[in-house]
Design a binder for this molecule. Structure first.
Ligand code: ADP
Ligand code: MG
Ligand code: MG
Length: 537
């Protein structure tokens, strides 16, 4: 036992220390790093057909290089770049600073006398600018000017960019991005959690120092239990969603024994751990409200994309280092084709809605039911229809779910909380909260939440994880119990593994390169002005 404790201590310490890695150590690791030479045709082909939006706006490295191109080309292009930059800063400015920022933008870009005047503005735009000096300077007018600037940039500047060395450099980065990812790309640290098909451990990208969580799905187990399709769906949905309230996928690759999903590392642990494993059971009300608001935003994001989550429960909601939460584990999620409903029993016992248990057709309603169960559990540290550690058959939980009324015996339930849970736990879909007009943020339960700021990621969390604590059970509690043998892979399996292993996810990978400083270190070709716009050979 003593030995295990020591092992745990060491595992925790190395894991925590890795998160504090210093720049000197990183520079050492990167000494050998260079951008790959371009296999010209392949890279060009890959980028062909990509639009302005993808190349110059959505991809972080693309955006940077296009901006550098504009800033070093001529005054007009530079002014356009600066204008967009200042507009975006303006839109995130705090209320008190907005008026002043607006006046600065006006004076600099919208007055014909100014050196930074944007001369591509049409007469109509100029008229609009006049309006700006009045008090009705608002988002709509700004959007109009932003659009005018984008239209301008999409024309000549963009086609010149495609012939410049900045774009050549972009293609080199794309080539680098397409590298094959293997186990060797990462250092591995302790196990953080365990699921049906394998464990989740912390990893670090060697060259950048970026920490991630790696969900390792055991290939043999997947095959034995027929989980391959599920794994692929999870990967494809994670890749597609882009929300502050859902974990991001950074890499998908395949090692000898596992299919691996590399995601945001959520150092604060899952909500189940917070409900049951930190001394006093249950979560304080202020936190419950905050998490529920973020979960609601995450669910709405999925629903708007036509995705039903189907596995809403505290165990699948994870906290990051700032105490904000995200939904994870999209293994049961399903994308609905337009107007369609599904009829398939899926979910976790205790959280499944009546319509699922009765095997009826359903859509998004099931997630709101499970959210009701989850709020209940955060407060009372038990489920509405199953007591903590109660030994009870699934059939009995089903019976209670279908027939019993939910009781609120725990002393922490206040009136608004009881009300919102009761609305989520309406057995009839047509009556359930969230199932007609979406969840109203006006409910009294959410009184303390400014959803506008919450959705911009600006609402500070009521509780922040301590940086020197590991919010997970001891690593040895996750030891693998059963080993699966006699599974052989055929060519169909190998093909599936390759289909899964798409490597780096563009936006996340490029962000990692920029945040870790690798982009600046490898991209220092811009200094001499004689190098401006060398055409692509
Ligand atoms: P499964 O689909 O098998 O349930 P999950 O994706 O839910 O697997 O992961 C299992 C557990 O691993 C989670 O409950 C959580 O404790 C931990 N975990 C999962 N993803 C992360 C992450 N990104 N960061 C930190 N811990 C994680
Ligand atoms: Mg899970
Ligand atoms: Mg899962």
């Amino acid at each position: 036992m003593q030995v295990l404790r020591l092992d745990n201590l060491v595992a925790n310490t190395t894991y925590l220390k890795a998160q504090q890695i210093d720049r000197k150590e990183l520079r050492k690791r990167r000494l050998s790093l260079t951008l790959p030479k371009l296999k010209k045709t392949s890279a060009l082909q890959a980028a062909e057909g990509e639009r302005y939006e993808s190349l110059c706006e959505q991809q972080p490295i693309g955006r940077k290089l296009f901006q550098q191109f504009l800033l070093t080309s001529n005054d007009q292009y530079a002014a356009a770049a600066e204008f967009l930059d200042e507009l975006s800063k303006w839109s995130f400015a705090e209320d008190e600073k907005r008026e002043k920022a607006k006046q600065t933008i006006l004076a600099k870009f919208c007055q014909p006398g100014s050196t930074r005047f944007l001369s591509y503005f049409t007469e109509e735009d100029a008229e609009t600018c006049k309006d700006l000096s009045d008090s009705n300077f608002d988002e709509v007018i700004l959007d109009h000017l932003r659009e005018a600037t984008r239209e301008f940039l999409k024309g000549r500047p963009f086609s010149e960019y495609l012939k410049s060395q900045f774009f050549y450099r972009f293609l080199q980065w794309k080539e680098y991005e397409r590298q094959t990812i293997t186990d060797k790309y990462f250092y591995e640290f302790r196990t953080l959690g365990k699921g049906g098909f394998g464990e989740v451990c912390a990893v670090q990208v060697k060259h950048t120092g970026q920490m991630y969580a790696c969900k390792k799905l055991d290939k043999r187990r997947l095959k034995k239990k027929g989980g391959e399709r599920m794994a692929l769906v999870e990967k494809q949905i994670l890749e597609k969603v882009n929300s502050l309230f859902i974990v991001n996928l950074a890499y998908a690759y395949n090692s000898r024994h596992h299919l691996c999903l590399v995601m945001d590392l959520m150092t604060g642990g899952d909500l189940r751990f917070h409900i049951y494993d930190l001394g006093k059971r249950g979560i304080r009300m202020e936190r419950v409200v905050y998490y529920t608001a973020q979960i609601t935003s995450g669910l709405l994001h999925l629903h708007n994309m036509g995705i039903v989550y189907r596995d809403m429960k505290p165990e699948n909601v994870l906290l990051d280092g700032k105490g904000q939460c995200r939904l994870s584990d999209l293994g049961l999620a399903v994308e609905l084709s337009k107007g369609k409903m599904i009829c398939q029993k899926a979910g976790t016992t205790g959280y499944m809605a009546p319509e699922v248990l009765k095997q009826e057709y359903y859509r998004y309603s099931v997630d709101w039911w499970s959210l009701g169960c989850s709020i209940y559990e955060m407060v009372a540290a038990r489920l509405p229809f199953r007591d903590f550690r109660e030994k009870v058959q699934n059939d009995e939980v089903t019976r209670r779910t279908l027939e019993d009324e939910c009781k609120f015996e725990h002393k922490s339930f206040d009136a608004p909380t009881k009300d919102i849970i009761s609305r989520f736990l309406k057995k009839r879909v047509a009556r359930r909260f969230g199932c007609q007009e979406g969840v109203s943020s006006n409910h009294e339960f959410f009184n303390s939440i400014n959803f506008h700021r919450l959705e911009a990621g600006l609402l500070e969390a009521p509780w922040v994880p301590k940086p020197d604590v590991v919010y997970a059970k001891d690593a040895d509690e996750f030891k693998d119990s059963s080993d699966i043998k006699d599974v052989k892979f055929d060519t169909k399996d190998e093909k599936f593994f390759r289909e899964f292993s798409t490597g780096a996810v563009s936006v996340q990978w490029q962000k990692e390169m920029i945040d870790s400083g690798v982009f600046d270190e490898l991209n220092n070709f811009l200094a001499p002005s004689s190098q401006r716009q060398t055409p692509l050979q």
